[in-house]
Design a protein around this ligand. Structure first.
Ligand SMILES: [Zn+2]
Length: 106
């Protein structure tokens, strides 16, 4: 994969870029555009975009709201994104054998 910050090729499983020393593992762990289950306000659309583009979720929400109120397109695009963007897969713990596969944490 490539480092987000210096653009050099680094190990696929690297957590820290060997060239610029910036932590890259966390932001590259989620490369798909999904709606995260934790931390969402409405449907997780803004949170998903913020994690995908590695920008502040508050900035995404503010810009999205401004666009929504100024043009009206934001509401429609939010609904479309809500429908199109898949939900983040449940991060189930490794099955221990006797536990049923039910997860009531959410
Ligand atoms: Zn780098």
């Amino acid at each position: 994969m490539y480092c987000n910050y210096c653009g050099k090729v680094i190990q696929d499983d690297a957590l820290v870029c060997a060239y610029c020393g910036i932590r890259v593992g966390a932001s590259l762990a989620r490369v798909k555009l999904v709606r995260p289950r934790l931390g969402r306000k409405v449907a997780g659309v803004c949170l998903g975009f913020s994690e995908y583009f590695d920008i502040d979720v508050t900035l995404v929400r503010v810009v999205w709201l401004i666009v929504a109120f100024m043009t009206g397109v934001g509401f429609l695009s939010y609904l479309i994104a809500w429908i199109i963007m898949p939900e983040e897969p449940l991060l189930l713990p490794a099955p221990t054998g006797v536990q049923p596969m039910t997860d009531t944490r959410y």
